[in-house]
Design a protein around this ligand. Sequence first.
Ligand SMILES: NC(=O)c1ccc[n+]([C@@H]2O[C@H](COP(=O)([O-])OP(=O)(O)OC[C@H]3O[C@@H](n4cnc5c(N)ncnc54)[C@H](OP(=O)(O)O)[C@@H]3O)[C@@H](O)[C@H]2O)c1
Length: 339
Amino acid sequence: MKALIIEQNGEPSEVVQLRDLPEPTPGPTEVRVRMLLAPVHPSDLHVIRGRFARQRQPGLPASPGSEGVGIVDAVGSDVPPTRIGERVVLLNVPGTWREQVTSPAEQAISVPGAISDEDAAQALINPMTAWAMTMCEHQLGRGDWLVQSAAGSTVGRLVLQIAKAQGFRTINLVRREEQVAEIQDLGGDVVLCTADESWPEQLMKATGGNGIVKAIDCVAGRTGATLARQLALNGCLLVYGALSSHRQSDPAAFEMPIFAPALIYSSVEVRGWLIFSWLALKGVSESSRTLRSLLDRMADGTLKPPAARRYSVDCALEAFTAAESAAHHAKPLLVFAER
Ligand SMILES: NC(=O)c1ccc[n+]([C@@H]2O[C@H](COP(=O)([O-])OP(=O)(O)OC[C@H]3O[C@@H](n4cnc5c(N)ncnc54)[C@H](OP(=O)(O)O)[C@@H]3O)[C@@H](O)[C@H]2O)c1
C-alpha cells in the first residue's frame, strides 16, 4: 500500500515521501479502512515541521494526517464482518495519509449516504472545533454575540452556519477587504477588515462600547492581543490557532502580548483551546455522539464544509502549497482511492 511518510521533521516539500508499505492487519477490536480522501489542514503541516503540540507529535517514521473518509475493507476477530463495506470517518485516529489505516472499531463512524466523500473527509477537525467552541464552551444562545477572527477560514465559515442555525450573532474579522462582502453574504452580522487600522475602534463601537463578551481567535499575535484587550467584564477569549506565527522563525512572532490591567480589572479569561484535548476530555463515546450529530447536520444540509479541491497523492506537494497560499478558497484533499 502507498503511504505518505515522514522520517524527519522539516519543510513538507522536503521531508514527505511516497512509500510502499506492507498492508496493515487489524487487531481483534479494530477495522481496516481503505482510505478515499484525507484533508491537508494547517495542523498537519505543523506536525510535519515538528511544531505541533508535543503530545500529538508522532514517533518517526510516521504518516501525517488527522482525519479522512474511507471504506472498511477488513475487520478484527471481535468486530462484526457486516461492517465490511461501510463508509466511515475516523475519530481521532492520527496517520490518515495512507491507502489503508487501522482504527479501533468504535472510532470508525458510519457516514450517512447523503454526505459527499469531500464533505465527509473533513467532518471532524473543523466542524467539531466550530461546534465545540461555540455551543459547548461559549454556550452561545439565541441573540448572543460572538467575535471571531479569520472569519473566512473553514472554521470561520462553519461558525457562521452554526450561528444561522442557532440564532447567535457574529462580529467577524477578515484580513482582505474583498472578503467583507463575502462574509456578509454568508450571514456575518458585522464584518471588519484588519487591513483598516481603525478596526479596533470599529470593533469596540460594534459591541456598543461594552467590550467583547465571547470571542474565538485563530490569528493570535497583535490581532489576538487586541481582542483580549477589548474583553468586557468577565469576558472570555478562546485562542485556537496562531496563523500570524505560521512559517515565522522570529521568536517574537510567537508572542501574544496581553495588556495586564485589562486582564486583572475586568477579570477576563484568555484560554487556549485544542480539539485533541477536548476529545480526550470527552472520551470516545461522547465524542462519537457529537460527531454523529454533526454528520446528521451535514446530511440535512444545515452544516456544509466549504469547497474542497482534490489532489492525487503523487501531487501532494501541490496540496501543501495550496493549503498555505493566501486566498486559497478550497480545502486541499489528498486522493488515496477513487470510488
Ligand atoms: N485548536 C484547534 O483544535 C483547531 C482546530 C481546527 C483548526 N484550528 C486552527 O484554525 C485555523 C484555521 O484553520 P482552517 O482549516 O479553517 O484554515 P483555512 O481554511 O486554511 O483558512 C485559513 C484562513 O485564515 C486566514 N489567514 C491566514 N493567515 C492569516 C493571518 N496571518 N492573519 C489573518 N488571517 C489569516 C486566511 O485568509 P485569506 O483568505 O486572506 O488567505 C484564511 O481565511 C488554523 O490556525 C488551524 O490550525 C485549530
